[in-house]
Design a binder for this molecule. Structure first.
Ligand code: MG
Ligand code: MG
Length: 258
């Protein structure tokens, strides 16, 4: 069952995203070499709670934190920890907010200090692949058009796409139907309709696409231990034209440029 949201419901998701976007911005101010990733988690949780929201991830199926923090070869679902970021790392920060009955979901991958050109190119391409995918999130297209576009964009540049983890519908629940794979075939999958709200979230690897789960039961990493990047927006399908991007990386990119 794909729940189509009313305008009012989309506006409520947008309010939730308003808190989320600024929480990301607060975290971005502290993303630098030497910072412990658990410090970033505290910043996000405090900001979200101070503004009347709840961190969507904390307690979700037992997840222990407000942020998923995934460094280098970790793809998604890593835990904040006492690990100190160091020059040359990359860090994916994924956050969700629940506010006034609705979730929003957004992720960004940062380079720490000076990273190799190869890794920087991976981040730039993954971020661009997200917007390429979003450009096909239009009424009348199908879910497969989004995934096809992301996959083409990544693979043309020599990268690989994680298959086992996918984007998803967002609403009263953090994860709703439909699944939104970052690979696929044109013209396949559920038809996109106005009122669908989707988290689109390419996870793109420098090496092979294969992943494994760490023994903590959560952290997903690349099997070959090469870096992986992850960017995510929550978007609404509109009656006409482009999707409305409900989350924003604006507050991140105002303080952290690459
Ligand atoms: Mg997310
Ligand atoms: Mg998500």
């Amino acid at each position: 069952m794909i729940h189509l949201k009313t305008r009012e419901e989309i506006d409520r998701i947008k309010e939730s995203a308003g808190i989320l976007n600024r929480a990301h911005g607060e975290v971005a101010k502290r993303v630098e070499p030497g910072v412990k990733t658990e410090v970033l988690d505290k910043i996000a949780e405090e900001y979200i709670r101070d503004n009347g929201g709840m961190p969507s991830f904390k307690g979700y199926q037992g997840f222990p934190a407000s942020l998923c923090i995934s460094v280098n070869e970790n793809v998604v679902h890593g835990f904040p920890s006492k690990y100190e970021l160091k020059d040359g790392d990359i860090i994916s920060i994924d956050c969700g907010v629940f506010y006034n009955g609705f979730h929003s979901d957004c992720a960004y991958t940062y380079p720490i200090g000076k990273v190799s050109d190869e890794v920087l190119s991976l981040l730039i391409a993954t971020r661009a692949s997200l917007y390429e995918g979003i450009s096909f999130a239009r009424q009348g297209n199908r879910i497969g058009d989004i995934g096809y576009t992301i996959q083409q964009y990544a693979e043309e540049r020599g990268y690989t796409v994680v298959r086992e983890l996918v984007g998803h519908g967002v609403g009263k629940n953090l994860h709703e139907s439909p699944e939104v794979p970052n690979y696929g075939k044109r013209g396949r999958g559920p038809k996109l309709k106005a009122g669908m709200v989707l988290a689109i979230e390419p996870m793109i690897n420098l090496g092979q696409r294969n992943i494994v789960q760490e023994s903590d039961g959560w952290t997903i990493r690349t099997k070959d231990r090469l870096p992986s990047a992850h960017f995510e927006h929550t978007v609404a399908i509109t009656e006409t034209g482009d999707a409305e991007i409900l989350t924003s990386h604006q507050f991140i990119e105002e303080v952290f440029k690459f």
